[in-house]
Design a protein around this ligand. Sequence first.
Ligand SMILES: CC(C)(COP(=O)(O)OP(=O)(O)OC[C@H]1O[C@@H](n2cnc3c(N)ncnc32)[C@H](O)[C@@H]1OP(=O)(O)O)[C@@H](O)C(=O)NCCC(=O)NCCS
Length: 160
Amino acid sequence: MESLQIRKCQPRLDFRRILEIESVSFASDSYSEHTFWYFHQRCPDLFIVAEYEKTILGYLICCIYLQGRKQQRRGHIVSIAIDPLYRRRGIGKALVQFTLDCLEELSVSYVEIEVRIDNEGGLSFWRSFGFQKTETITGYYSDGCDGFKMHKYFEVFKTE
Ligand SMILES: CC(C)(COP(=O)(O)OP(=O)(O)OC[C@H]1O[C@@H](n2cnc3c(N)ncnc32)[C@H](O)[C@@H]1OP(=O)(O)O)[C@@H](O)C(=O)NCCC(=O)NCCS
């Protein structure tokens, strides 16, 4: 998809479509519009969308936190979803790659995500970027399903 554009989310223009993608992707675990507003306020720079011919096909939210005595920067990919009709065409990869490049430029030490343990497609997706399982979080999801925490470490972390 050559003319796929990755850009910052513009809530008033994009939320209706993001909410559609969210509900077909996550069903009862879907975020509400209120939650999207919260994350947009909290992390406006890395709340991004993938747009193709003026249609949003996916979104990703990533937040950066300062942690510990050294105030190390940690990235947290809060959510990503692609319209089911457009999956396996590299759109998720484009959103994640854009985000990883930004995090690396900002000298973030590592980035983490949570994935349902039964989300095999999601687990393969994250492994393809070098994320590794580090923890199981019991009952993390609303239906009681466990989650895996996965991490990817950047060079800056390895040399600290
Ligand atoms: C997971 C998700 C974001 C992937 O987006 P996508 O645009 O379909 O992924 P891409 O086409 O960029 O895939 C990149 C690579 O990830 C892996 N991958 C992606 N989806 C996969 C699947 N269903 N099964 C196995 N591997 C998969 C493959 O290695 C793929 O490369 P390939 O197609 O060349 O083999 C998408 O399936 C989705 O929105 N799922 C529902 C929501 C969700 O589970 N979000 C993640 C929660 S942590």
